[in-house]
Design a protein around this ligand. Structure first.
Ligand code: SF4
Ligand code: SF4
Length: 111
């Protein structure tokens, strides 16, 4: 979601990743300006980015696996650092899944 300055050897890059972080639940913040058709209400009553039946955020461009609203993406997405601890954790979990592309119950991407 956000590219950190400098990457270590063997670290992932967003350009070669299957946008794994875009399968997490993104909780919207008051300052976010997201079109209503891209947002949903979580079972807990929180405003979140809507996800498709494939498990990815509906704002993700499936053709290139890039964010389709990059310039106006939610603040939570802006703070998600490439190769940060959370990035590494979600990629490790995704690569270890039995069916990596299958929808799963996501962890909340907390503010
Ligand atoms: S999981 Fe990490 S490497 Fe993959 S797109 Fe997200 S920030 Fe980039
Ligand atoms: S808004 Fe963009 S960066 Fe955030 S989860 Fe959706 S596709 Fe990914």
């Amino acid at each position: 979601m956000t590219k950190a300055a400098g990457t270590e050897r063997h670290d992932a890059t967003c350009s070669s990743c299957e946008a794994v972080c875009c399968r997490l639940t993104v909780v919207l913040q008051p300052e976010d300006r997201i079109p209503d058709y891209l947002a949903a209400c979580s079972p807990e009553g929180l405003p979140v980015m809507k996800r498709g039946s494939d498990g990815w955020c509906v704002a993700l461009n499936r053709a290139n696996m890039n964010c389709g609203i990059y310039e106006t993406r939610p603040s939570v997405c802006r703070r998600f650092v490439m190769n940060g601890p959370y990035c590494k954790a979600v990629r490790a979990e995704y690569s270890g899944a039995v069916s990596p592309g299958a929808p799963r119950k996501p962890d909340a991407l907390a503010p």
